[in-house]
Design a protein around this ligand. Structure first.
Ligand code: COA
Length: 260
């Protein structure tokens, strides 16, 4: 599929989705959010894709936020719609995909950029990364899940401070906060993400999808994560991946998972 604002390439089981508006520091306008939705959806449905990596083009930014020029004159209803549609199309959508999503954060990850990175299943950053939720400096608050996911990832006090000060933290602080799992150089960022993806791909993609569902259940209101775990655990017993994984172990060979 051809896109105007993003690139999507699949190679060796990995689909890399690159937000490609470097002149605007990859700011997320509505068109880009819609294209990202399509690209994530088709990668998740693609049997050849085992892991999705999302990154930004250029050396300066992952994503410098939602596109401020698009919402500067919005009213209350338009503001609510913008947040609701964005959450549904992209941020909640990515978080709930059954394919693992790694954010390769390669520079500024601000506002909607940090929110996108936080919607991914985990994050790896380059050492020039700067992360923050600067929305209150514009007279607004994070609207793409930032007030919910940042405290989940770094704790309430740190999230309060980051959001209230509108400040940025650097890569080492993000590592210290547990907001990113690894920090590396710009050059090594994608190779490191691909190496981690390689380790993920050796395992059952069906079981990984179940694990994502069970882990996410812990953060959903009114859902008992332990019950979801029990259900997903049971579901695994009905899969060919489970038959292959257990047979391979007992036959002392490497598993070759069919992914079903
Ligand atoms: N929305 C729209 N355009 C954006 C943008 C955003 N969130 N972030 C950057 N851009 C645009 C700039 O307007 C500029 O466009 P121009 O060349 O047409 O004027 C271009 O990207 C380059 O940005 P610039 O500000 O010149 O780069 P810089 O290196 O001086 O500063 C930042 C980098 C990230 C500190 C600065 O761009 C910034 O503060 N961006 C907004 C961050 C933000 O508040 N995000 C949350 C939005 S809710």
């Amino acid at each position: 599929m051809n896109y105007d604002n993003i690139l999507s390439q699949t190679h060796n089981g990995i689909t890399t989705i690159t937000i490609n508006r470097p002149k605007k520091l990859n700011a997320l306008n509505i068109e880009t959010i819609e294209e990202l939705h399509k690209a994530f959806k088709s990668a998740n449905e693609d049997k050849n894709t085992k892991v999705i990596i999302v990154t930004g083009s250029g050396e300066k930014a992952f994503v410098a936020g939602a596109d401020i020029s698009e919402f500067a004159d919005f009213d209350v209803n338009e503001g609510q719609e913008l947040a609701a549609e964005g959450q549904e199309l992209l941020f909640n959508f990515v978080e709930n995909l059954s394919s693992p999503v790694i954010a390769a954060v390669n520079g500024f990850a601000l506002g909607g950029g940090l929110e996108l990175a936080m919607a991914a299943h985990f994050r790896v950053a380059s050492d020039n990364t700067k992360m923050g939720l600067p929305e209150v400096s514009l007279g607004v608050i994070p609207g793409y899940g930032g007030t919910q996911r940042l405290p989940q990832l770094v704790g309430k006090g740190r999230a309060m401070e980051m959001i209230m000060t509108a400040g940025m933290i650097d890569a080492s602080q993000a590592l210290n906060y547990g907001l990113v799992n690894h920090v590396t150089t710009q050059e090594e960022l994608l190779p490191l993400c691909e190496k981690i993806a390689g380790k993920i791909m050796r395992n059952s993609s069906v079981a990984i999808g179940s694990a994502i569902k069970a882990i996410n259940a812990n953060f959903k209101d009114g859902v008992n994560g332990f019950d979801v775990e029990v259900e997903e655990f049971g579901n695994c017993f009905g899969t060919n991946d489970f038959k292959e994984g257990t047979s391979a172990f007992l036959e002392k060979r490497k598993a070759n998972f069919p992914g079903e």
